[in-house]
Each structure stands twice: as C-alpha cells, then as structure tokens.
Design a protein around this ligand. Sequence first.
Ligand SMILES: Nc1ncnc2c1ncn2[C@@H]1O[C@H](COP(=O)(O)OP(=O)(O)O)[C@@H](O)[C@H]1O
Ligand SMILES: [Mg+2]
Length: 197
Amino acid sequence: MKRFIIGIGGVTNGGKSTLSRNLHKVLPNSCIISQDSFFKDDSMVPTDSRGFKQYDTLDALQMDRMMSEISSWQQDPQNFMLSKAKSFISEGTRVFSLIVEGFLIFNYSPLNTLFDKRYFLQIPYEACKLRRSSRVYVPPDPIGYFDGHVWPMYLKNRREMEDTVRDIVFLDGTQKKEVLLTSVYKDIQQILQTIQK
Ligand SMILES: Nc1ncnc2c1ncn2[C@@H]1O[C@H](COP(=O)(O)OP(=O)(O)O)[C@@H](O)[C@H]1O
Ligand SMILES: [Mg+2]
C-alpha cells in the first residue's frame, strides 16, 4: 500500500479548508486532517498586554495530538478511512492520500518533513481582512485583532517558513475555487501516476 501526504498551508481565510474539501471529493482514498481541530482550550492560550489572545502561534496548538492522528493514518490508512463517517475504499487506486491543512503546518518541522507535496494559499491583505471579517469566529475577533495580531503573526510565520522550507508551490487564493482545484488536482494526478507504477 502506497501513501502520499499533501500539505495545504496558507494565510487565514486563504481557502485552505475549501480547497482541501474539494480535493478530497475528487481524490479516491483520501482523508483530511485539519490543524484547526487541534487548538488548545481557550483557557490555555495566553493573552498579551492589549488583551489579544495569542492564537496564531504553534504554542496555541496541540501539535502532539495532531502528530499522533497523522501517525495513526500512516500506520493504517485504510482503517483510518473506515473510522471516518461516509468513507469508502476505492479499488481503483493503490495509493492512499492524506490531506493535511492548516495555517502553521510548514512551521512545525516534525510535521513539515512528512509532506510529499506542499501548497501554500496566499491572498492580499485587503482580501484577507474582508474575508475574515465576514466569518464568524468562536471566540469572536476583538476590535483591532486582525491588524494587531493576525496579520503581523502571519507575516512573521511566513518569513520563518520561507527561511526554512523549500519546495512550496504558492497558489493565488483569489483565483476561482474551481481553477484552484483543477490546477492542484492535475499536479497531484501526475505525481500519483508515477507512484502507482
Ligand atoms: N477561491 C476562493 N474564492 C473566493 N472565496 C473563497 C475561495 N476559497 C474560499 N473562499 C471563501 O473564503 C472564506 C474562507 O475559506 P476557507 O476555505 O474556510 O479558508 P481557510 O480554511 O484558509 O481559513 C470562506 O467564506 C470561503 O467560502
Ligand atoms: Mg480552515
């Protein structure tokens, strides 16, 4: 059984979860693991002097738990898939794919080393601020949070990533969802064809 791990990173509201869900629908024997499911409890996340919760850092995440989830997929992708609702195994492919998506997946080196292919969705500041403002967060973003915490942390995390990680395919997240899906799907199909041989 062959395994293939795809990383879909990017800025908040860049379209990571959307692209991952769309890819999962067209990629047989695939699963998604989302970094957003591994945030620490609110009470464990420190607040800075302005009252901003420090969410946009690895310290706010239970990366050990996320790594063990990925490791259980690696041990038995088929069993992992079957444990998820609505999954069925396709006989047409011998490759099992895992889509790992999140805003800090390439900044955590034990995770980053697992990826066979890395994508990063970027959108400009204005588009990002607009998309973020139209989304409902729990807890809600306090006034000034985007400019005071989210965007500066994005720039910092991104700089760190670019200093340490090679082989990232940058995607323009303002493209249509279908266009993004098609280009990533084609790219992955080509790689999978060579793996399957
Ligand atoms: N390619 C796209 N073009 C326009 N809007 C998009 C696109 N992809 C996602 N969105 C919208 O942007 C918002 C954030 O998308 P989401 O996939 O949840 O981003 P992320 O997981 O990166 O935070 C959602 O409202 C979603 O419908
Ligand atoms: Mg998301």
